[in-house]
Design a protein around this ligand. Sequence first.
Ligand code: BJW
Ligand code: ZN
Length: 250
Amino acid sequence: MDGQSGAGAAILRAAELLRRAERVAVSTGAGMSAEAGIATFRDRDGLWSKFNPEELATPQAFARQPQRVWEWYRARRAQLATVEPHAGHRVLARWERRFHSLDLITQNVDGLHARAGSSRVIELHGRLDVALCVSCARRVCGLDDLGADPHCECGARLRPGVVWFGESLPAGAWDVAQDAAQRCEVLLVIGTSGVVQPAASLAQIACAHGARVIEINPQPTPISSLAEVRLAGTCAGLLGALDAALGDRP
Ligand code: BJW
Ligand code: ZN
């Protein structure tokens, strides 16, 4: 079954919830970028099936083996230069003009939402195209190859500008995301396995504040039980179908 077939009634229900909403929040995970060609983490062929997160995505791993960690991030940064946002990213970018307010929250580090034209993206886990000095406040932006063990002008080591396990989220990002979840009437959760905190808790927060939750994911997740509408399929096609079902405003 492709992303759209069999989902007609659910799409109409989701479109109805969205049509009545003024304040919408969207929370995306790695599944959002899968159709752009970027691997997810926890799917059968995902990154964590080939790599051990404890050896690559913790501050302890970086302290132990900075060159090994940078090798992995260099490969992912190089891949990022070869991919493009897909139609689903562009639908979400257009929706900034459709709703009174649209808060787009992502766990993704690939910057594809911004590249598709979304102007305000709350990035909870940082960005692959940023490197940070571990000592001073310097940020090095862009996808240039920084070498095997890059260092800052101040002499300290640079690290990937992403959030590893056990680290806090970027200053302010979690507060803004939490606020968006509390204020929205509809939360659309797309392509996340819903196991990484605190991002996964956005659905509970939204529900507790009276929002309706719509989930787009080919697989059920811990968030599914909170979803009033579950669109079981892939996001590029389903977001296109949802956009078409919404029609022209109003
Ligand atoms: C499709 C699709 C298609 C496929 N269309 N869908 C117990 C012990 C130790 C620690 C903890 C603990 N309990 C909680 C913690 C904390 C920890 C945590 O949650 N761990 C759990 C895993 C156990 N969290 C943290 O440490 C976080 N920090 C923290 O909590 O600080 C304290 C704090 C508290 C409160 C407020 C503020 C701070 C930090 C988490 C950092 C996560 N980092 C990573 C790596 C980023 C860098 C990098 O990319 O290298 O972030 S891990 C990885 O997982 C990445 C992702 O953003 C994140 C989430 O993954 P996501 O997006 O859900 O992807 P997948 O692969 O899991 O799922 C993809 C989904 O898409 C699947 O469901 C598919 O079905 C679907 N899909 N194709 C739609 N086409
Ligand atoms: Zn520095």
